[in-house]
Design a protein around this ligand. Structure first.
Ligand SMILES: NC(=O)c1ccc[n+]([C@@H]2O[C@H](COP(=O)([O-])OP(=O)(O)OC[C@H]3O[C@@H](n4cnc5c(N)ncnc54)[C@H](OP(=O)(O)O)[C@@H]3O)[C@@H](O)[C@H]2O)c1
Length: 252
């Protein structure tokens, strides 16, 4: 197998679980991190200990030059990038619209939207048959928040993920004839580093679980497996899709 997968935000949560499972399916894996160097190196070391190939590479998705460098370093270490998962993301600040802060919104969109779009640009330049590439597959990690505007106080985050879905649809149509399949996945509430603080509050957790038709929080591996299916040849006719991995959505 000759597949190289770059995962942004791969040191923790959904990204880390995707990295581990991808490696066990034969992908060479580049694990991008911003500040979690030790966690990223642990994931890479676990993979290499099992006979896989992985590297941990630092780059901040809010900086174009670092994104460009990340793609160059990935290729140098592991060969041509054939697959990309954009999992890096932040919540921004929860709150009402009248309390918005322009700096917080800029950072939220810089990471969740512009960084992701620039990663797709770098991937397109390498994967597109139009540019001499051999095609590939990309999964953008969106959120169920994109569907209903998010839970109360999450409108800015929801807007950033709505942008991810709209961009994914447009990019998918542009890239499909050039050998690249682009899809997004919309996780519901999943227990990861992003949510463990809030989910530690048992009353909050019970309220969330009662709003989910399957009546429980998701686990990172349940999202990772769906991502790996979208990346795989089993999903060869799936392009421009939004896959809800959410236990049935949520009722608000
Ligand atoms: N957990 C959920 O319930 C849920 C639901 C729907 C969607 N999602 C989405 O799923 C994705 C993964 O989140 P997660 O739940 O796995 O949480 P997580 O463990 O917090 O993962 C997010 C990762 O993104 C990285 N990151 C943040 N800003 C970055 C930047 N500027 N440059 C590079 N990396 C950056 C974080 O690393 P640093 O801390 O080092 O920056 C972290 O490793 C996110 O896009 C999130 O919005 C999560």
């Amino acid at each position: 197998m000759n597949k190289t997968l770059l995962i942004t935000g791969g040191a923790s949560g959904i990204g880390a679980e995707t990295a581990r499972r991808a490696a066990s399916r034969g992908y060479r894996v580049a694990i991008n991190y911003r500040s979690r160097g030790e966690q990223a190196r642990t994931v890479a070391a676990d993979i290499t200990a099992k006979g896989g190939q992985a590297v941990a590479l630092q780059a901040d998705m809010a900086h174009e030059a670092e994104i460009v460098r990340l793609f160059e370093e990935t290729e140098k270490a592991l060969g041509p990038i054939t697959h990309l998962v954009n999992s890096a993301g932040i919540n921004g600040r929860h709150g009402r619209v009248e309390d918005y802060d322009a700096g917080v919104l800029s950072t939220l969109f810089a990471v969740n939207v512009i960084g992701l779009m620039l990663c797709c640009r770098e991937a397109a330049r390498r994967m597109s048959t139009k540019h001499g590439g051999k095609g590939g597959a990309i999964v953008n990690v969106s959120s169920m928040a994109a569907t209903l505007g998010g839970r109360m106080g999450s409108s800015a985050y929801a807007a950033s993920k709505g942008a991810v879905d709209a961009f994914t649809k447009g990019f998918a149509r542009e890239a499909a004839a050039e050998g690249i399949r682009v899809n997004s996945i919309r996780p519901g509430m999943v227990l990861t580093e992003m949510t463990e603080g809030r989910l530690g509050d048992q009353a909050f957790r019970a309220r969330i679980e009662s709003s989910i038709p399957i009546h429980r929080i998701g686990e990172a591996h349940e999202i990772a497996d769906a991502i790996l299916w979208l990346l795989s040849d089993e999903a060869s006719f799936i392009a421009g899709a939004m896959l809800d991995a959410s236990g049935g959505g949520y009722i608000i």
